[in-house]
Design a protein around this ligand. Structure first.
Ligand SMILES: [Mg+2]
Length: 401
């Protein structure tokens, strides 16, 4: 197999259920041997497609698909400037596909390439919520009845319930209005209620979604400490990470961070400083499996666990990569899981199955996922601009989504 080469890199965009999914197929000169990867940046899908078709794909063609690390390093520095989410996603599409190919060549699932299973399946957390504590508790109870043991609970979802009620100045521009102080007023009471109603047998999580001013995030983390969260998610924006030290010194609420990270300079200080408890990057946004494995091992050395981002804007191929990492890395913490619609299982046979609160990787070589291209073609993407990210404070100030 000395002459094994990449012959083509194909990019597919499909929108079976709301989110635009970007899937990459890497073909080789060995008949039948190909790999699939996830390059899903749902808000910038066409930019990723262009990066793949004009830059990253042509760079990959002709190379030996077995040299995954060499390709990843070459792709990262090829444009000289590096580490942005568009290019990282494009690189991830090829990187994951090369790991898929390597597994197929070895006849092993990817988790076996990475040291084998540390556990048979990955525990997941799902998303519950309601507009009142009573509704939220009902939503959590429904998930508990299905066997979930880790449940994130929001009040009013995103951005919150009070934003539309707050008085706005004349001329306030359109947007998703929210009142950041609502979290301080209502969220401690929500968790006090959930613990009282549901007891201690369920793990509860809360996502700040980087919406608070830093000092308010410190206050909220401290106020939630008595309710023993599994973790508090994205308490701060990436621009405010120096404030994690203040949260740490104020309370022992476990902290999870990293959904928006794209560069090692963002996660290394938090992990090495033991300022967070869970690192939860979006694997394709950091450049794929190659950097995720390095990050997981770095985190392990500092007692930080993984919690890879897992919303519906990760394709099933990307979720398979997450679950293979989850079972193979000793310092796995939890896997975020958005319940996948049946159509996605039909479009991506081999998507990890969910049973009783656990996600199971398939046992087939590589990532174990197939892609029904003709079914995907029936769900072309729209090009609608994203609007949920235009969040505003009551006075009209544009804020973080
Ligand atoms: Mg989140």
């Amino acid at each position: 197999m000395a002459t094994l080469k990449i012959t083509a890199v194909q990019t597919f965009i499909t929108q079976p259920c709301g989110q635009r999914l970007v899937v990459v197929k890497v073909l080789t000169n060995q008949p039948g041997l190909y790999g699939l990867g996830c390059a899903t940046f749902t808000q910038r899908h066409m930019a990723v497609k262009a990066a793949l078709e004009h830059h990253i794909g042509p760079l990959a063609v002709g190379r030996d698909p077995r040299n995954v690390e060499d390709f990843w390093q070459a792709a990262m520095v090829n444009g000289y400037w590096r580490s942005g989410p568009v290019l990282n996603n494009a690189i991830s599409g090829v990187d994951m596909a090369l790991w898929d190919i390597k597994g197929k060549l070895a006849g092993m699932p990817c988790y076996d390439l990475w040291g084998g299973k540390c556990r048979p399946a990955a525990a997941v957390y799902v998303h519950a919520g309601g507009s009142t504590p009573e509704e939220a508790a009902e939503s959590v109870r429904r998930f508990m009845a299905e066997g979930y043991q880790h449940i994130r609970c929001q009040l009013g979802g995103y951005p919150g319930t009070d934003g539309e009620k707050a008085a706005r100045p004349d001329g306030a521009p359109p947007g998703a209005y929210f009142d950041a102080k609502e979290k301080l007023r209502r969220v401690p009471g929500l968790f006090e209620y959930l613990r009282r109603e549901l007891g201690d047998g369920v793990e509860l999580l809360y996502d700040v979604h980087e919406r608070l001013a830093p000092i308010d995030a410190v206050w909220l983390a401290k106020a939630l400490e008595p309710y023993r969260l599994f973790f508090l998610e994205d308490a701060l924006a990436p621009e405010d990470v120096e404030w994690f030290a203040a949260i740490r010194s104020a309370c022992a609420t476990p902290l999870a961070m990293g959904e928006l990270f794209a560069n090692p300079r963002e996660w290394v200080p938090l992990v090495a400083g033991r300022l967070i408890d869970f690192i939860r990057c979006h694997v394709s946004a950091i450049g794929g499996i190659t950097p995720a494995l390095k990050l997981a091992h770095l985190a392990d050395a500092f007692g930080v666990r993984t919690a890879w981002h897992g919303p519906l804007d990760v394709s099933p191929v990307g979720m398979a990569a997450n679950v293979h990492l989850d079972v193979a890395c000793r310092n796995f913490g939890i896997q975020e899981w958005a319940v996948r619609p049946p159509l996605e299982y039909e479009m991506f046979p081999g998507t990890p199955e969910l049973r009783g609160g656990y996600a199971y990787p398939g046992g087939r070589p590589g990532l174990g996922v197939e892609f029904n291209e003709s079914l995907a073609a029936k769900y072309p993407p729209d090009d609608k601009p994203t609007d949920w990210t235009e969040s505003r404070l009551p006075d009209g100030t544009l804020w973080r989504p």
